[in-house]
Design a protein around this ligand. Structure first.
Ligand code: NAI
Ligand code: MG
Length: 335
């Protein structure tokens, strides 16, 4: 078993080593290969995602990714490395669970997973500019093929995890040719899973319920951009971005990555919460390597540490533990 480790930028370089320590402890014969990507790399070499990195990622088939910084304006030659890597590895689904964790910032009763389509929609950034830069256009593309694939992923996950309800989230009332297609195909797929209940919400209403009554949700099946936004909202109920994991999956490949970014506001201080990336690694262990007992051990160690009140600064403020101290606690728990 091989894992390609891409720390990326900012706190990626601080939290990923904590997850690597955990993995070394629970899977002693795991082989690690490291690779570079990100904004810092781009500044140095003009390449954000080197071919060598893609080759190592594909060869390993499993990637642990930290975070990359991306400017909010156009930079010639730069594209978000994680968006490119998801495309290159054809990871068509992004699983983003939020469950209650024993921290004061979390909401009890929440246990949901956002199943986000990962290859199309506005999020791929197919943009044009006209009028000397005064008009910008982005193409929103939804296909039957990608929708069928993500819908089957959502319903299968519901079945495997003994979940009850899949909620299709879209904006088909305003976008009948794109989101309307997503909704229609999702319902077609639903008809093959009669044991799972299906309902739907318009994305704005879904946002309202995500804030007001997050326990209403079980599995959320949605296109790329809505999934990006709703999963960050959901993360607040799990205790915050520092605790929110994700796994990108494709055919026989997977990329584990926290949903948070490079957090430039706290980078370099050694105080970032490594929980999100550790739980992402656990998802990789569970879904990609199919080692549920080991994944359960990691999840249990995180739960135990948090239950004792061992918190990093994002939860506790100035008196919080450092990234390394928290990783020490997790490794101790793992025994
Ligand atoms: P962000 O997720 O980096 O940070 C948002 C807030 O959450 C900040 O206050 C940060 O300190 C806090 N936070 C995030 N993760 C944390 C952790 N593990 N422990 C403690 N606090 C944590 O989002 P932001 O600030 O919007 O973006 C910063 C950069 O990250 C941008 O360049 C953006 O493009 C990039 N980004 C990259 C992603 C990726 O590589 N997958 C995903 C999201 C953003
Ligand atoms: Mg995001």
């Amino acid at each position: 078993m091989k894992l390609c480790v891409i720390e990326g930028d900012g706190i990626g370089r601080e939290v990923v080593p904590a997850a690597v320590r955990v993995l070394r402890q629970v899977i002693p014969d795991l082989e690690f290969v490291s690779a570079e990507a990100g904004w810092d790399r781009f500044q140095l070499t003009g390449e954000a995602l080197p071919e060598e990195t893609v080759a190592r990622a594909k060869d390993a088939g499993a990637v642990l990714f930290g975070a990359c910084s991306s400017p909010s304006y156009q930079v010639e030659g730069y594209a978000s490395p994680i968006v490119s890597l998801r495309k290159r590895m054809e990871t068509f689904a992004n699983l983003r669970p939020t469950r209650f964790l024993p921290v004061p910032t979390a909401r009890e009763g929440v246990n949901l997973v956002v199943v986000r389509e990962n290859t199309e929609d506005l999020y791929v950034g197919d943009e044009q500019t006209a009028d000397a830069g005064d008009t910008g256009t982005a193409t929103k593309r939804i296909t039957r093929r990608a929708t069928e694939r993500i819908a089957h992923t959502a319903f299968r996950l519901a079945r495997n995890e003994k979940r009850r309800l899949v909620t299709i989230v879209h904006k088909g009332n305003v976008l009948p040719q794109t989101d309307g297609l997503f909704r229609r195909v999702a319902y077609e797929v639903a008809s093959a899973y009669r044991d799972i209940e299906t309902d739907e919400l318009l994305v704005d209403t879904a946002a309202y319920w995500m804030v007001k009554e997050p326990a209403r949700f079980d599995v959320v099946l949605t296109p790329n951009l809505y999934g990006d936004i709703l999963s960050d909202m959901a993360a607040a109920w799990g205790g915050g971005l520092g605790l929110a994991p994700a796994l990108n999956i494709g055919a026989e490949v997977a990329i584990a990555e926290p949903i948070h970014g490079s957090a430039p506001d706290i980078a370099g201080q050694g105080i970032a919460n490594p929980t999100a990336v550790i739980l992402s690694a656990a998802m990789l262990v569970r879904h990609h390597w199919n080692l549920p007992e080991i994944a359960d051990r990691i999840d249990a160690a995180v739960n135990a540490a948090l239950s004792k009140g061992d918190y990093t600064a994002d939860i506790l403020g100035a008196n919080g533990m450092s990234t390394d101290q928290f990783a020490d606690v997790i490794c101790e728990q793992l025994g």
